[in-house]
Write a protein that binds this ligand. Structure first.
Ligand SMILES: NC(=O)c1ccc[n+]([C@@H]2O[C@H](COP(=O)([O-])OP(=O)(O)OC[C@H]3O[C@@H](n4cnc5c(N)ncnc54)[C@H](O)[C@@H]3O)[C@@H](O)[C@H]2O)c1
Length: 263
């Protein structure tokens, strides 16, 4: 399995966790991967390097790219053109399955479900909150095209917040623990007949906002819950405030102009 973005935050977590799920990981990033002298150093803008990197592999976990808002030109090169080059390499080399790291920011202007309103289903329409989110919408549509036209299967995983611990009150609802992330990527890589499936990626959070049924249908069984961190974070930051515009939508501070950091 080829792991792109192996030097990044999620890539580093997955390099540690996926071998226990039975994966032999081939790492790729544009920067050197710490502790992995054999990792492939390549840019998503280099089609020949990507073809060589995917040759002989059966699946790709595609995490590489710009992971926050940036200029349109930078997002275009890394996330839009880069993901296209990777799919072209997969098509040319006969790779059958890709797991694409999409994002909650593909649907960031979706209203936050309040009270007993139903959690947001994966079928909700695209409402990107940034050029970054727009590039994830493109990636999901590219995945659909390559399934319909070329038979390459993809699971697009709209990751909530994948970090060792949630660090904001918003993240209590979006958190994907690293261990659940590995469980979800394993399910996405191994489930049969996925065609192009879109899932939200989160743990079994008490305050969750995503409908995880399409992820569970792949065999994903989350075991973690951010609630263990709720007392500390709420004491530090206060409860989520539904009066704030950035708290009324899934994308949080990515939806403000300019985005507010940290989000
Ligand atoms: N961390 C999260 O909670 C979260 C949430 C939603 C979506 N995602 C998505 O998951 C993926 C991983 O996120 P992350 O937090 O690890 O991001 P990150 O920024 O820590 O890592 C991204 C990696 O991609 C590499 N990269 C960037 N441009 C590249 C290029 N042109 N060619 C080759 N490599 C390139 C970077 O060097 C970096 O190591 C990203 O696609 C991100 O958009 C992450």
């Amino acid at each position: 399995m080829l792991l792109t973005g192996a030097a990044g935050g999620v890539g580093t977590l997955m390099r540690a966790l996926l071998p226990a799920h039975g994966y032999a990981v081939r790492s790729l990033d544009m920067v050197p991967v710490e502790g992995e002298p054999g990792a492939i150093t390549a840019d998503l803008g280099d089609p020949e390097a990507l073809r060589a990197a995917v040759r002989g592999t059966d699946a790709i976990l595609h995490l590489a790219g710009i992971s926050l808002e940036s200029t349109f030109e930078k997002v275009l090169r890394a996330n839009i053109e880069g993901t296209y080059h990777l799919y072209e390499a997969a098509r040319a080399e006969g790779v059958r399955r890709i797991v694409f790291a999409s994002s909650n920011h593909a649907v960031g202007y979706t209203p936050w479900p309040e009270g007993d309103e139903p959690r947001v289903p994966a079928e909700t329409r695209h409402r990107p909150d940034t050029f970054y989110g727009l590039s994830k919408c493109f990636g999901e549509d590219l995945a659909q095209l390559y399934w319909d036209k070329h038979g390459i299967e993809t699971v697009s995983v709209r990751i909530g917040s994948c970090f060792p611990e949630p660090t904001t009150v918003r993240m209590l609802s979006l958190w994907l623990s690293p261990a659940d992330g590995a469980r979800l990527f394993d399910a996405a890589l191994s489930a049969a007949d996925v065609g192009h499936t879109v899932v939200f990626g989160a743990s079994a959070n008490t305050r969750g906002v995503f409908d995880l049924s399409t992820a569970r249908a792949l065999g994903y069984e989350p075991r973690d819950d951010s609630e263990a961190f709720a007392g500390k974070l709420i004491a530090e930051q206060g409860e989520r405030d539904p009066a704030l515009p950035e708290h009324q939508v899934l994308g949080g501070a990515f939806t403000t102009d300019p985005p507010i950091w940290p989000h």
